[in-house]
Design a protein around this ligand. Structure first.
Ligand code: ADP
Ligand code: MG
Length: 654
C-alpha cells in the first residue's frame, strides 16, 4: 500500500532563513492587524516615559499609523538598531528578564512591523538640538525638525504580503480595534494624555491627570472619560491588599452587566492582559449576584512583585503566568466579592457630605470622576474607604448631603401628607413576617425625616412594593425580592458557621422547627425516591420529609427561618432541586441553588398585606444584609427616587 505515503519530494539542503523572512514570520505572531501595531507603538512610547501620546490613523490604520510621543527619544546613532530583530534597550540579562517592568523587552516589535510595512522613525533626545529621521526602506538617516520625543510612522500595512492584507476587515472595523488598542493602555495610565485622530479628525481625547493627583483619583477620572460616567455611577470601588500583592479598581454593579464581555478590563502591573485566573476570579465573585449569562463590567488592576509573574509566555504579552495563581485568584475574588456584598443601603456605609451638585444625575455632571477622591490605605487587607466616590445614581445612598435640599416635612406639607394618609390606608390581614422587628422601628412616625438609609415604610402598593420615605425622597422596594435575599443570606450564614463546626455527616446545619401537624402531600414516585435517598441532606437543610405511604410524603419539620412558608411547596422545591443534583456530595456545590430555592419559598409572597412594622422590619434587615441590593436572580431590590427627581417629574421649582 503506497497510497498513504507522502509524495516524495526531492530533498533540499538545510539553510538559514533570510533575516527579512524571519521577521515576517515573527510578524505573523505580533502583527495581526493595525490595532496590533498601535498597541506595540504605544507600549514603546510608554516605556520611553511619554506624557502625551498622539495616534493618527488613515483608513482604519491600514494606510497610515503614526504614533507621536514626548518621551526620551532615540539617539541618532541607535536609530538603525531600533529596527533590528532582538535589539532592545530594556533588558540586558536573565536577571532583568525575570523582573521586567517595561511593556516591551523582546526587541522584535519594530523589526516585525518594518518587515510588513513602510516604517519611518523621527526621534530627538533632550540632549540633541535636532531630530533625526530614519527611513527603514533605504536605511538612510537625515536631520529633521521635531521637539524631543519620537514619531513612528507605519504606512501601507501588509503591502508586501497581499495574502495577509486580505484578512483585514473594513476600515470602520479596523478603526474600532485601533481605538480599543488605545483605550486599554489609557485605562492604566491616567497620568498620560492620549489623542486619536482618524482621517484628519480628532475622535478621542483623554487629558492627563494633574501630576499631584493620587492614582486612585486619576484612575476614576480616566475610567469616567474613557468608559463614560455611567460606568462610574454603576460601579463600586475595589481594594484589597496582601503582602506583595494588591488589587484595586472598580467593579460594575450587577445591574450594569452586559450581554457581551466587552467591558472587562484586567491589568497586571499596568499591562492589559487576558488572564484566565483573573477573569475566572472576577466571574466567580459575581456568581451570587448575577445569574444567567450576563457579563459583569469591571476594571481591575493587580499589582504584584514582577519576580512573581512571568510575562514572557506570549509574543504579544497578553497573557501572563503567576507563580502563585491561587493567591491571585483569592485576592481578586475576595476584593470584588467584598465590594459587591456591602449592603449599600446599610447604615455602616460611611458617607460624608458631598456638595449638592454631586446629586446631579451622573450623565449630566460633566466630570463625575473628578469628585472621586479615594486614597489607598496602606494597611494590609484593608477595605477601601472611598467615602467621596460618586455613588450609583439608581440607589440612594447619600444620607446627609440631601439635608440641604430636603427640609423637614413641616416646611413642605405637600410632601408630608402621604406619610400620614398612607398609614391609615394600610389595613388588611396581619401575617407576622418571620423577621424581628427592631424596637425603634415602631415609633417611626415621631421623626419627620428618618435617618435610616431605606427610610420609614409608609405604604404597600398592590401587595408587591413597599413605599418608604427617607431623607432623599422616596424608596420603592420589591418586597419579595428583598425578603428572598435576606433569607438566602441568613441560610447561607447558618450553613457556613455550622458547617465548619460539624464536619460529621448528619449534623443539622440549618435550625429546624417541627410542624404541629405534619403536612402531607401526594408525591410522585420520583419525589418519594428522592426524599428517601436524601434523608441526610434534607436533615442538614432543616427539613424533615418522610414517606407516609408509597404515594404520600409528609413534611414534619421545616427550617425555623422559613416557618411561615408553605411547607409542601418548600419540600417540593427542594426535592426538585435535589433530583437535579442527584449524586451525593453534590450538595456542597449545589448549596447555593438549594438555599436559593428555599429562600424563594420562604419569602413573602405577592399580595400579602404587611403592617407598617413588618415593612419597617424588612427595610432594617435589608440595611444590614449583604448583597441585599440584588435579589437572588441579580435584579435590583430597591430604587431611590430623590426629591429632585420627584420635583422634576412635577416641574416644580422651574
Ligand atoms: P522592545 O520594546 O521590546 O524593546 P521594540 O522593537 O518595540 O522592542 O523597540 C526596539 C527599541 O527601540 C526599544 O528597546 C527602544 O529602545 C527603542 N524605541 C522604540 N520606540 C521608541 C520610542 N517611542 N521612544 C524611545 N525609544 C523607542
Ligand atoms: Mg516594544
Amino acid at each position: 500500500m503506497t497510497a498513504n505515503n507522502p509524495p516524495t519530494l526531492h530533498r533540499r539542503s538545510i539553510q538559514d532563513l533570510p533575516d527579512e523572512l524571519i521577521s515576517q514570520i515573527a510578524a505573523g505572531e505580533v502583527v495581526e492587524r493595525p490595532a496590533s501595531v498601535v498597541r506595540e507603538l504605544i507600549d514603546n512610547a510608554l516605556d520611553a516615559g511619554a506624557k502625551q501620546i498622539t495616534v493618527r490613523l488613515l483608513a482604519g490604520g491600514v494606510r497610515l499609523i503614526s504614533v507621536e510621543d514626548d518621551g526620551h527619544g532615540i539617539p541618532a546613532e541607535e536609530l538603525p538598531m531600533a529596527l533590528r530583530r532582538h535589539a532592545t534597550s530594556k533588558i540586558r540579562d536573565l536577571y532583568e528578564l525575570e523582573r521586567v517592568n517595561t511593556m516591551g523587552f523582546r526587541g522584535e516589535a519594530l523589526a516585525a512591523v518594518a518587515s510588513v510595512s513602510e516604517v519611518c522613525i523621527v526621534s530627538r533626545t533632550a540632549q540633541q538640538d535636532t531630530a533625526w529621521l530614519l527611513d527603514a526602506r533605504s536605511g538612510e538617516v537625515r536631520p529633521a525638525a521635531r521637539n524631543p520625543g519620537t514619531t513612528l510612522e507605519v504606512k501601507e500595512l501588509f503591502f508586501s504580503t497581499p495574502a495577509r492584507r486580505k484578512f483585514l476587515k473594513t476600515d470602520a472595523t479596523e478603526l474600532a480595534h485601533c481605538i480599543e488598542a488605545v483605550r486599554r493602555p489609557a485605562l492604566a495610565h491616567p497620568d498620560v494624555g492620549f489623542a486619536i485622530w482618524h482621517d484628519g479628525k480628532l475622535i478621542e481625547h483623554w487629558r492627563a491627570a494633574p501630576t499631584d493627583m493620587v492614582r486612585a483619583d486619576a484612575l476614576a477620572c480616566r475610567l469616567g472619560d474613557v468608559l463614560g460616567t455611567d460606568f462610574i455611577a454603576h460601579s463600586l470601588p475595589v481594594l484589597r491588599q496582601l503582602p506583595g500583592m494588591r488589587v484595586y479598581g472598580r467593579a460594575g454593579l450587577p445591574d450594569a452587566a452586559r450581554s457581551r464581555a466587552d467591558q472587562q478590563y484586567g491589568y497586571v502591573n499596568h499591562r492589559f492582559v487576558r488572564d484566565k485566573v483573573l477573569t475566572h476570579a472576577a466571574k466567580s465573585a459575581y456568581e451570587d449576584v448575577l445569574h444567567g449569562h450576563k457579563q459583569p463590567v469591571y476594571a481591575l488592576y493587580l499589582e504584584v512583585d514582577p519576580a512573581r509573574i512571568d510575562v514572557n509566555v506570549h509574543p504579544t504579552k497578553i497573557e501572563v503566568r503567576f507563580r502563585d495563581s491561587r493567591d491571585v485568584h483569592q485576592i481578586v475574588r475576595h476584593a470584588v466579592e467584598d465590594a459587591l456584598a456591602a449592603p449599600r443601603a446599610g447604615a455602616e456605609v460611611d458617607i460624608k457630605p458631598t456638595p449638592p451638585e454631586a446629586n446631579q444625575p451622573a450623565a449630566s455632571s460633566h466630570h463625575t470622576g473628578k469628585q472621586a477622591a479615594p486614597q489607598f490605605s496602606s494597611d494590609t487587607k484593608a477595605r477601601a474607604t472611598y467615602t467621596q466616590l460618586p455613588l450609583p445614581q439608581s440607589t440612594g445612598h447619600r444620607v446627609n448631603d440631601l439635608q440641604a435640599l430636603w427640609t423637614p416635612s413641616h416646611d413642605r406639607d405637600d410632601h408630608s401628607q402621604p406619610a400620614v394618609a398612607a398609614k391609615s390606608t394600610v389595613t388588611g390581614a396581619v401575617t407576622q413576617l418571620p423577621i424581628p422587628t427592631p424596637t425603634d422601628a415602631e415609633d417611626g412616625c415621631a421623626q419627620p425625616t428618618t435617618t435610616w438609609p431605606l427610610g420609614r415604610a409608609v405604604a404597600q402598593l398592590h401587595g408587591v412594593y413597599i413605599l418608604a420615605e427617607n431623607t432623599h425622597g422616596m424608596v420603592i422596594v420589591d418586597m419579595h425580592a428583598a425578603h428572598e435575599r435576606i433569607i438566602y443570606e441568613r441560610l447561607k450564614a447558618q450553613w457556613d458557621c455550622l458547617d465548619n463546626d460539624h464536619a460529621g455527616h448528619d449534623a443539622q446545619v440549618i435550625a429546624s422547627q417541627p410542624l404541629l401537624i405534619p403536612a402531607t402531600f401526594a408525591a410522585t414516585p420520583q419525589e418519594v425516591a428522592t426524599a428517601e435517598a436524601h434523608l441526610e441532606t434534607l436533615h442538614m437543610l432543616g427539613l424533615e420529609v418522610v414517606p407516609f405511604s408509597p404515594q404520600t410524603l409528609a413534611v414534619r419539620a421545616v427550617p425555623a427561618a422559613l416557618a411561615q412558608s408553605d411547607a409542601v411547596e418548600l419540600a417540593r422545591g427542594v426535592l426538585d432541586e435535589l433530583q437535579q443534583h442527584e449524586t451525593s456530595g453534590i450538595i456542597q456545590r449545589a448549596r447555593n441553588e438549594i438555599l436559593a430555592t428555599m429562600a424563594c419559598h420562604g419569602a413573602v409572597r405577592a399580595n400579602r398585606r404587611l403592617t407598617l412594622q413588618e415593612m419597617d422590619a424588612l427595610l432594617r434587615q435589608m440595611e444590614t444584609t449583604e448583597r441585599s441590593d440584588q435579589c437572588n436572580h441579580g435584579r435590583p431590590t430597591w430604587r431611590q427616587l430623590n426629591m429632585k427627581e420627584l420635583d422634576a417629574l412635577f416641574l416644580r421649582g422651574r
